[in-house]
Design a protein around this ligand. Structure first.
Ligand SMILES: *[C@@H]1O[C@H](CO)[C@@H](O)[C@H](O)[C@H]1NC(C)=O
Ligand SMILES: *[C@@H]1O[C@H](CO)[C@@H](O)[C@H](O)[C@H]1NC(C)=O
Ligand SMILES: *[C@@H]1O[C@H](CO)[C@@H](O)[C@H](O)[C@H]1NC(C)=O
Ligand SMILES: *[C@@H]1O[C@H](CO)[C@@H](O)[C@H](O)[C@H]1NC(C)=O
Length: 214
């Protein structure tokens, strides 16, 4: 192909994509890049991510992805898709995400701290996976968060104290992990921490087998 024609094509592609979609300095959509990194760290035995093509102009036609009218990724919804492997830190670059549903997979490793960059995130469900390690304290900075499920993983350590600031949180399920220590006051109107033998409610003086659902 003649070079000038190639550049004309490129120009056409770039200018026909909505102006708000994020392009890196190389003309590659940064949300495409972030999602390809996520795909690369996941094991996907059933090929549910095969439409995730790194040469796409934007990811809006991909399976399991929903975009806003201006072509920004707002939803990543892949429950029960037999995914394993790791969740890439690049999820933190998808800053328009409002919903992330990855429950009922077999994803392991840590919850990336970068998830705390998702300022618009309202619903996060990572339940019934094999996430381990601590809940990153950055989760306490997700100010839009309304619905949080991390139950049925192998998370350990304390519930981040910063999560006391999640003022929009109306549903929280941390049950069946290995969390320890107190539940920050005013954390959520509804929460479930059953199945964490080392959790105590607000004050840690009472010794009791904890089985709570408020
Ligand atoms: C997770 O992995 C285990 C063992 O590797 C397997 O038995 C189970 O079916 C997997 N679960 C899902 C939801 O893929
Ligand atoms: C979570 O784990 C508990 C205990 O193993 C089990 O009874 C429950 O069904 C699990 N819940 C989900 C949603 O997988
Ligand atoms: C909660 O937010 C306030 C105001 O932004 C801040 O000063 C405080 O340190 C936060 N608390 C925690 C535990 O992060
Ligand atoms: C749970 O956490 C405690 C320490 O907080 C640790 O000793 C124990 O091995 C953990 N159990 C599992 C199943 O990870």
């Amino acid at each position: 192909m003649e070079a000038p024609f190639f550049f004309f094509l490129l120009l056409l592609l770039v200018s026909s994509s909505p102006s708000t979609a994020r392009l890196s300095s190389y003309g590659v959509n940064t949300e495409v890049q972030a999602l390809i990194e996520i795909k690369n760290l996941l094991e996907d035995p059933h090929g549910v991510l095969k439409s995730w093509d790194q040469n796409s102009v934007d990811p809006c036609s991909w399976a399991l992805i929903t975009c806003s009218p201006d072509s920004l990724v707002t939803t990543l919804e892949a429950p029960g898709q037999h995914l394993s492997g790791l969740l890439a830190p690049s999820i933190g670059d998808l800053t328009n995400l409002e919903t992330v549903l990855l429950q009922n997979n077999n994803i392991s490793g840590p919850i990336p701290a970068e998830i705390g960059k998702l300022a618009n995130l309202k619903r996060l469900d990572l339940s019934s996976n094999q996430f381990r390690g601590e809940i990153p304290s950055s989760v306490g900075h997700l100010e839009s968060l309304q619905y949080l499920r991390l139950n049925n993983n192998t998370l350990s350590g304390p519930i981040p104290s910063a999560s006391a600031n999640l003022s929009h949180l109306v549903f929280l399920d941390l049950s069946y992990n290995n969390l320890s220590g107190p539940i920050p006051a005013s954390l959520a109107r509804r929460y479930n921490v059953v199945g964490n033998p080392l959790i105590c409610e607000q004050d840690c003086y009472r010794m009791a087998p904890m089985a709570m659902f408020h």
